[in-house]
Design a protein around this ligand. Structure first.
Ligand code: ATP
Ligand code: MG
Length: 352
């Protein structure tokens, strides 16, 4: 019996409505599989926890999370309760940093039955691997001079270690998919970091002779996400470029409510964290309107992470069967509730 201990953090807002959906689905899958079990331990860390205790998580919060196999998170942050810089840095970003979750992974795929904002979309199924620890989002820089001569300087940091780590991760994934990696670059405008990025990409690619590669400038690449997303398999990108591309990716899927994400600790020293792209959506809380597919697809990424590739594929099939049957929440044009969509997915899983 493979038993997986999962730390569950519903967090804020609709996190409390969709995390239970994801948990139920994972438990159903474990039952079907037989040799697999999920045990969830829930942590109440959130903005409400902050209002009561003065911090988003206890001082030993990270120590409490460390022994788990993975973290299953809903959404963190609710501007009506706590400013974002406190809620995000006190929980989400703290976990990402301290647990060295240096890769952010976000697929974008058009689900059957879901309408994309693109006019005539072909089937696309791409995966952005974003370097999540350095790059343009460094805290190195400063200001010089004042008044009309004032200058702000922001340094980007690209270490060989982190760059190579992200690229190897992308190549490994492409090997399990359609054997293609696209590098997001801008070496025609950014003259130190991006030529370095290109060099490392070339070096790493020689270790993966069976994987096709190409490099594209980020501006053109972002445009192609809209005009020809079907061209792409795996895309490897720096922190800033990946941030932008993954938002475009979520947009062309039809709703932020279906987009999944994973923050990966590559060496397995700490747990990785699985969270949907959407936030706490305070505007729809308590109405049964929250789309559970983002969280359930996130559960699929967790299955993949644990090597349960076949189960993950089955789950995604069932999600698509459900949307094809028109069982959907309002954000993607349906009229069903969170619970109805969840129950339909569970029902279909049980009758596999
Ligand atoms: P954050 O700062 O946490 O990213 P945000 O306000 O920028 O929060 P969301 O909380 O994701 O972003 O909400 C953006 C919009 O998407 C809102 O209108 C919200 O209702 C909608 N939305 C978010 N998640 C879902 C979901 N699971 N199902 C349906 N609609 C959603
Ligand atoms: Mg947001």
């Amino acid at each position: 019996m493979k038993k997986l201990n999962i730390a569950s953090i519903p967090g804020d807002g609709v996190g409390h409505e969709v995390v239970p959906s994801g948990e139920q689905v994972l438990k159903t899958i474990a039952d079907i599989h037989g040799g697999l079990a999920f045990e969830f331990t829930s942590f109440p860390w959130s903005c409400n926890y902050y209002l009561e205790h003065g911090s988003m998580m206890p001082e030993n919060g990270l120590d409490q999370l460390k022994p788990f196999d993975a973290i299953f998170l809903g959404a963190v942050g609710d501007l009506n309760l706590v400013p974002d810089h406190i809620s995000l840095w006190g929980l989400l970003i703290k976990i990402r940093r301290e647990f060295e979750q240096s890769i952010n992974m976000r697929p974008a795929k058009l689900l059957k039955g879901v309408t994309s904002p693109l006019a005539n979309p072909k089937d696309f199924d791409l995966l952005v691997v974003r370097e999540n620890s350095e790059g343009e989002y460094s805290s190195i820089g400063g200001k010089i001079h004042q008044g009309e001569d004032e200058v702000a300087i922001q340094n980007a940091v690209f270490s060989r270690k982190a760059t190579e780590r992200a690229m190897r991760f992308a190549f490994e994934l492409a090997g399990k998919r359609r054997q293609h990696v696209t590098s997001a670059t801008k070496s025609n405008g950014i003259v130190y970091s991006m030529p370095f990025w290109d060099d490392v990409f070339k070096e790493v690619s020689t270790d993966y002779p069976s994987i096709q590669t190409d490099s594209q400038h980020i501006d053109a690449l972002a445009a192609f996400f809209v005009t020809q997303p079907e061209r792409f398999d795996v895309i490897v990108a720096s922190n800033l470029f990946g941030d932008i591309l993954t938002d475009v990716g979520a947009a062309i899927m039809g709703s932020i409510g279906i987009a999944p994400a994973a923050n990966i600790n590559v060496n397995g020293k700490y747990p990785s964290m699985f969270e949907p792209v959407h936030g706490s959506a305070p505007d729809i809380v308590g109405k049964g309107l929250a789309n559970p597919i983002g969280q359930i697809w996130t559960a699929k990424m967790m299955l993949d992470h644990f090597g349960e590739i076949e189960l993950g594929a089955k789950l995604l099939d069932v999600i698509e069967e459900t949307t094809t049957a028109g069982i959907m929440t309002a954000d993607i044009g349906g009229k069903h509730s969170t619970e109805e969509v969840t129950n339909e997915i569970i029902h279909r899983l049980k009758s596999l």
